[in-house]
Write a protein that binds this ligand. Sequence first.
Ligand code: C5P
Length: 226
Amino acid sequence: MNTTKSVPVITIDGPSGSGKGTISRLLARELGFHFLDSGALYRLLAYAADRHGIDLADCDSLVRLSGDLDIRFPADGEQVLLDGEPVGDRIRTEAAGAGASRVAALPEVRRALLQQQRNFRREPGLVADGRDMGTVVFPDARLKVFLTASSEERARRRFNQLKEKNINSGYEAILQEIQARDARDSQRSVAPLTPAEDAVVLDTSGQTIDATFQCVRDLLKKRLNP
Ligand code: C5P
């Protein structure tokens, strides 16, 4: 199997609620590429730490734990498997997102997860969704997209998403959590949330998923046939 630099990677970075998860999945499916949900790795680590009674500031234990995790993303959907067990929506709550953002701020943890993320680069290609896919993990990606939207719009989308999953959270609480997470993700010293210099930045405020997907497709077409 070819795991070298010749395997094309498309990175979709941005803050939570920008639409990057949906767009990345659609793109991976359309292209028949593998898919990396890097946020799920940080969420799973925080979730597993909680289960093992590990403090989210205990860097050494978190690094050890990250090496022991058996994580799989089945191709058929969103069900992530941890040690063979589906974790379902337990890693999708706001609390799990906040835990992920705390462990993700630790440089040693990011280093420990770097190779695991690069191992997803396999033929015929990879769509990688995250915060630092274009800046740190796959700096040589074929196309880098950075999706963004206002925090209010992202909170609204999150609110509706959670409601569909029967997870009850108030809009105001979600907005505050999103703003706190943005601040933590943007201000951290290592791999802060920022577009790569060669990324195309798309503001998805007021735009449907279909319209954003079409924009990304057009970008890809131009990139592949300049
Ligand atoms: O994308 P998602 O909301 O699942 O990410 C959860 C958290 O994981 C983010 O708030 C961020 O702190 C962290 N993360 C990261 N780098 C990535 C993906 C996620 O720091 N590539």
